[in-house]
Design a protein around this ligand. Structure first.
Ligand code: SAH
Length: 356
């Protein structure tokens, strides 16, 4: 049993079942035993690989898309260039390198990383050691200024709750105990205001997920963007309108039972973009249509950039580069499962790649 598993058993024995959200929050961010708090989980030796770790092209193209949007909005200065959940800092490093060619952009940018894990802040500090960067704990602290922001695989790490549709209400799937073991059990059915609108498009037995902590974060971003200008590019796996159980644990690149090794596996769920878009619009911002990652990267010119980089490569390096291009864009790899949403001020044109 992991140290967190022992803590959960004691807590549930004393206080009763806990929500998946509480379980997930502790597993990921517990200051002593939490997954992100204790390790650098990225890359071949880690538990998973993300787009910026697969190829520099991802960060370069997103960086240039943000810079183009900054030019289109009349080069506001100063502005905040921010990232939510920057992992190793690779995406920000690639964005900063690629945008060096855009006159005035780097000089006007105040770079902010929103990161909860002290361990990962150390890694980010190392990756970005030649840059002036500040760290914040939450999006609430972002300056009241034009905001140009990226978030890749950030929202999938936020705690979700799961509900099973009953006749006229919802049963919550909760973490409970059976013979000293952690198991999922259903709470008695009850009405739920947040899911009242989903009674129309679900049937008894269907599972719906909610991610409450995402909503105030989106509201903070959208309010700044609507008021001061800017754009947020949100990339993650998921879709429009959650349906079904997407909660998963990944350890050493393999899926496992999310209750098996609390604190030692990465826990995520697919992002439901619909409530995010609704929260952004409620603050007066505009949202793009959801664009598959592969389509977005093609529109931003990944194939041309890949050819350019390939010219300087040979042998195993070239093979890895070709594989990385495929992995980011191909429908059977990340191209279709991952989606992107752009949040902009109502008056501004959408960022490049987001208009059909
Ligand atoms: N964007 C990176 C890393 C994704 S992993 C990449 O694409 O490689 C998720 C990141 O979000 C990690 O850096 C993790 O520490 C951070 N994180 C998770 N929950 C957070 C929270 N509630 N507040 C701030 N950062 C969080």
């Amino acid at each position: 049993m992991t140290p967190l598993a022992r803590q959960f058993v004691r807590r549930i024995a004393r206080h009763g079942p806990m929500s998946i959200a509480d379980y997930m929050a502790e597993c990921l961010l517990h200051p002593e035993h939490g997954y992100y708090a204790t390790r650098d989980p990225f890359g071949r030796r880690g538990d998973f690989t993300t787009a910026p770790e697969i190829s520099q092209m991802f960060g370069e193209l997103l960086g240039l898309a943000l810079a183009r949007t900054w030019l289109d909005q009349g080069r506001p200065a100063p502005f905040t260039l921010a990232e939510l959940g920057p992992g190793r800092g690779t995406l920000m490093a690639d964005m900063l390198r690629a945008t060096r060619a855009v006159p005035g952009f780097r000089e006007a940018a105040r770079v902010v990383l929103v990161e909860a894990s002290q361990a990962l802040r150390q890694v980010q500090r190392q990756t970005l050691k030649d840059e002036t960067v500040s760290w914040m704990d939450t999006a609430v602290e972002l300056p009241e200024a034009p905001l140009f922001l990226v978030a890749n695989e950030f929202f999938d790490a936020l705690p979700i709750r799961q509900f099973v549709r009953a006749a006229n209400g919802w049963c919550e799937r909760q973490v409970a105990l059976e013979d000293e073991r952690l198991v999922l059990k259903l709470s008695p059915p009850a009405p739920l205001a947040a899911l009242a609108h989903r009674l129309a498009d679900t049937r008894p037995g269907d599972i719906v997920e909610t991610c409450q902590p995402a909503l105030p974060i989106i509201a903070e971003l959208a309010r700044r963007i609507a008021r001061h200008g800017g754009a947020a590019l949100i990339v993650d796996y998921g879709g429009w309108r959650s349906l079904g159980d997407t909660w998963q644990a990944l350890r050493a690149h393999r899926p496992e039972d999310p209750l098996a090794n609390p604190g030692e596996a990465d826990l995520t769920a697919h992002v439901d973009f619909e409530p995010l878009a609704r929260a952004a619009r409620a603050e007066g911002a505009a949202c793009s249509a959801l664009v598959p990652q592969g389509v977005l990267l093609e529109r931003l010119g990944i194939t041309e950039r890949a050819r350019r980089l390939a010219a300087g490569l040979s042998g195993a390096g070239l093979e890895a580069h070709v594989a990385a291009h495929r992995r980011l864009t191909h429908p059977q790899e990340m191209g279709t499962l991952f989606k992107a949403l752009a949040i902009t001020p109502g008056v501004a044109p959408p960022p490049p790649g987001f208009s059909a």
